[in-house]
Ligand binder design. Structure first.
Ligand code: F0G
Length: 365
């Protein structure tokens, strides 16, 4: 019988708020890929949750289907707006198209990867570049949406986290229970809060991010919850410092954030799970990105590789329990930021003659 994945709202309807109108691009249902190359380095069993396989190439689609469905179901506004380091804007722009809404994106000038910018443009969003960082953009969008009939679709909108929690559901569905440890990059801290909520709700408990207790009225699927390990970039590590960072800087532009909005939820996830939030250097991020490409077969953007970089750092420090089951979210597709991945590489500037002989010679066969 014909069957197609129906998007996270329809697949997990009983554990999500009810929406009169569901705006979906079929998000979710992403691969959980076993990574033997990471097993070898950690002594654990490691899976990567490939969120770059979502319709707009990042995990943001899980939360955008629910945020935009809420806007469409509630009515009364014709515009949505978000601040973004790139992925949220790409996702908001695409889902706004499906809902027939306008979309305004407020972005830090010069700090958005080209692929993400292209997505916002082709989906018809109105782009505003700000001479400031993401935190400035979010402040502007909060004030703007408070005063004008424009709906805010950043992750401070609670419906965003509702959709994003489904990634934890999928992991438990795939493994049969929660992993021992879940590792993911932390920027504005919405995703770590959403995963923690998802894991808890699947185990029959709520968290502060939960918007009702309906999940506890359904039979628990998981017998436990994982430790949450959050990873930031050294130059943008407010949780590690214990206070906001005024001028965040990192090659992983997606997590170039100094004043995370979901601070309290993230601290709850860290502390109540017995986990930690650590930081890794840009060099470690780029090494992990290269390793994922060359040895796991998954091309991710730099921010996504922070999770794996953090896992490898923990392994080197002897913090990874041997034989543990570990899941790592790789949050966005590498195709969004090819410039960083390629560095100074240039595809052959001296093309060969169009013959098999010349090709054989070029290949050194
Ligand atoms: N990884 C990627 C690829 C991201 O785009 C983001 C956030 C994160 C990790 C961090 O997730 O903010 O929930 O802690 N990107 C946002 C954006 C800020 O505007 O696209 P978080």
């Amino acid at each position: 019988m014909a069957h197609q994945w129906r998007g996270v709202i329809n697949e997990y309807a009983e554990r999500l708020p009810h929406f009169k109108e569901v705006v979906t691009l079929g998000e979710g249902g992403t691969p959980l890929v076993h990574a033997p190359a990471l097993d070898a380095r950690t002594g654990a069993t490691v899976y990567v949750k490939v969120e770059g396989a979502n319709p707009t190439g990042s995990f943001k689609d899980r939360g955008m289907t629910s945020a935009i469905s809420d806007v469409a179901s509630t009515g009364g506004v014709e515009y949505v707006a978000c601040a973004s380091t790139g992925n949220t804007s790409a996702s908001a722009a695409a889902y706004a198209v499906r809902a027939g809404l306008g979309c305004a994106v407020i972005l830090p000038a010069g700090k958005i990867a080209a692929g993400k910018l292209a997505q916002a443009v082709v989906h018809g969003a109105t782009l505003v570049a700000v001479d400031g960082n993401f935190d400035d953009c979010l402040r502007i969008v909060r004030e703007l949406t408070a005063e004008y009939p424009v709906a805010l679709v950043n992750s401070v909108n609670p419906y965003r986290l509702q959709g994003q929690k489904t990634a934890a559901f999928e992991i438990v569905d795939a493994l049969g229970d929660a992993p021992d440890i879940h590792v993911l990059p932390v920027g504005n801290a919405g995703n770590i809060s959403a995963y923690w909520m998802g894991y808890n709700e699947y185990a029959g408990r709520t968290t502060s991010a939960s918007i009702d207790d309906s999940a506890t009225k359904i039979a628990a699927v998981a017998t436990k919850v994982p430790q949450m390990w959050g990873i930031q970039a050294d130059g943008a590590a407010p949780f590690v410092k214990g206070e906001p960072v005024e001028f965040p800087e990192t090659v992983a532009t997606a997590i170039r954030i100094g004043n995370p909005a979901s601070w309290d939820f993230a601290v709850e996830a860290r502390d109540n799970s017995g986990g930690f939030i650590d930081a890794v250097s840009d060099a470690e991020i780029l090494e992990a990105q290269a390793l994922l490409s060359a040895q796991v077969g998954v091309f991710v953007e730099p921010a996504s590789a922070a999770s794996v970089a953090g896992l490898l750092k923990a392994a080197a420090a002897g913090k990874v329990p041997s034989g543990a089951t570990i899941t790592c979210t790789v949050t966005g597709n590498g195709l969004k930021d090819t410039a960083t991945a390629l560095g100074s590489y240039e595809f052959d500037p001296n093309p060969i003659a169009p013959t098999v002989e010349a090709t054989v010679k070029a290949l050194g066969l």
